[in-house]
Design a protein around this ligand. Structure first.
Ligand code: EPU
Length: 442
């Protein structure tokens, strides 16, 4: 078990460069397996993160080849893919396995994927993915161990997502690119990682068009070929370093951060009077004056992203006044609250008034996700933190507690920090380069 020892209370300063987005990288590795020539796909700008490594292991377990070369390039050659079952051990390691379904169905007409693991942010059903795959002709059987699917030939269809699904949209795009005929996805996700996948697949020879704001049309093609693609920068990493700068009253440039990917975050920074400046170098985030409290609701893109919410919570503990945070995407994404209270945060759960719960919440409202469950917090700041020792339980809670520790004068300990490695490249080294006193102890 690895730990971080953090001696906080020091303003961060300097610059960091973002790596490739976690939530684009591993999906593009998977999508690269849709082509079967002997020429590899070349993907650039990879981050050295666990989710990428696990996806490479899965591809190799299926008979494909991946090779890292140079600083940030991965070659993928799926010509010799010869297995249609993903070993169950990969289920808990990553949420990637279900996204292999289209690849395995196109190649073998059948697939077995274990139930996906990943973050502990509430139940994460795949019903929207499955309904879409069924509409394209797949037969699905859920067993004790995972999901079995069968489809001799996927066929284009018109499918309406009842509610937004980011990876659901990506899974159906991958299913549709080699399906027979045209597929239209209505109420399709607009998250920027979806567009990175679309650009990549079109380079491989797919015919995918955004025909309306939330509509995607895919004309099935016979085959795809290799291409070279540079993965988009990670917008969650950008927000993490931005919040780290602001919470420590520092001044940090996030090189290659793209303002168009961070619109709702920048808008909220203006509301709370945090400093930021966009330049040809990226975005500079700096402390300007005491932050002021505000209300924030997580939303699908282009709204305020749910992944930024735990990091935003830390920022609001340092703002003057009462802030609220209303989580509408995941049913259970406030586990970081108990940890922050341990640091000294003044946070309580409140019941928001919601006129139309089914419209407001992106998760399915059923017995396990009742609207009366707690989806909103109230923070009364600013809070003075005291050092503490705390267990990380997932990727974003890890970054969140690291930020809290960086804002705290004295020595804090974060345990089980391997979970941060799933999505942050050299997190401690980068924070150290910005002046943080952080040491990794294995
Ligand atoms: N949902 C269903 N049924 C479905 C699909 C989704 O009930 O078939 C629910 C989910 O449980 C959730 C909500 O609908 O409550 C939204 O789910 P969505 O499918 O949009 O999210 P996702 O694809 O599972 C991706 C990212 C998340 C990110 C969200 C929102 C990846 C691998 N994951 O999840 O990132 O928070 O979109 O943008 O792309 C992370 O990086 O740690 C992470 C959790």
């Amino acid at each position: 078990m690895a730990k971080f020892k953090i001696n906080g209370g020091k303003p961060l300063a300097g610059s960091v460069r973002l790596g490739g987005a976690k939530n684009a990288s591993f999906k593009l590795l998977i999508a690269a397996c849709l082509q079967k020539t002997n020429n590899p796909v070349r993907l650039l700008n990879f981050s050295h993160i666990q989710d990428v490594e696990v996806t490479r292991e899965i591809i190799e377990s299926l008979g494909g080849e991946t090779k890292a070369a140079g600083e940030r390039t991965i070659f993928v050659n799926a010509k010799n893919l010869d297995k249609w079952q993903i070993p169950t051990k990969f289920g808990q390691k990553s949420r990637a396995s279900s996204m292999f379904i289209p690849i395995l169905l196109h190649r073998f007409g059948q697939a077995f994927v274990p139930f996906p693991g990943g973050d502990k942010i509430g139940s994460r059903p795949l019903d929207r993915h499955f309904q879409g795959l069924q509409a394209m002709g797949a037969k699905i059987n859920q067993t004790e161990y995972g999901i079995e699917l069968q489809a001799d030939q996927l066929v284009g269809t018109e499918y309406n997502f009842e509610k937004n699904s980011h990876t659901g949209t990506e899974t159906l795009i991958m299913a549709a690119v080699l399906a027979k005929g045209v597929t239209i996805l209505n109420n399709a996700a607009q998250e920027p990682e979806v567009d990175d996948l679309i650009v990549f697949l079109n380079k491989m020879g797919a015919k995918i068009t955004r025909t309306d704001t939330r509509q995607i049309q895919i004309e099935g093609v016979e085959r795809l070929g290799p291409c070279i693609h540079k993965i988009m920068p990670d917008r969650n990493e950008a927000v993490s370093y931005a919040c780290a700068a602001l919470v420590t009253k520092g001044d940090v440039i996030v090189e290659n951060a793209k303002p168009e990917l961070l619109g709702a975050f920048l808008e909220h920074l203006e509301r709370v009077k945090a400093g930021y400046e966009v330049g040809d170098y990226g975005i500079r985030f700096f402390y300007r004056q005491p932050l002021i409290a505000t209300d924030m609701t997580t939303q699908i893109h282009p709204g305020f992203m749910t992944d930024w919410q735990p990091l935003w919570t830390v920022l609001m503990t340092q703002a003057q006044g009462v802030s609220t945070i209303h989580e509408t995407i995941f049913p259970d994404r406030f586990q970081h609250v108990a940890g922050l209270v341990k640091f000294g945060a003044d946070i309580e759960f409140v019941q928001p008034k919601v006129a139309d719960p089914d419209q407001t919440y992106n998760f399915n409202l059923d017995e396990s996700n009742k609207v009366e469950h707690q989806h909103c917090i109230k923070i009364t700041g600013p809070n003075k933190f005291q050092p503490t020792s705390i267990d990380v339980y997932d990727l974003r809670s890890g970054a969140t507690f690291a930020l809290a520790a960086l804002a705290t004068t004295g020595e804090s300990w974060l345990n089980k920090v391997e979970l941060i490695d799933r999505g942050y490249e050299y997190f401690d080294q980068r924070l150290r380069s910005l002046g943080a006193d952080i040491v990794r102890v294995e």
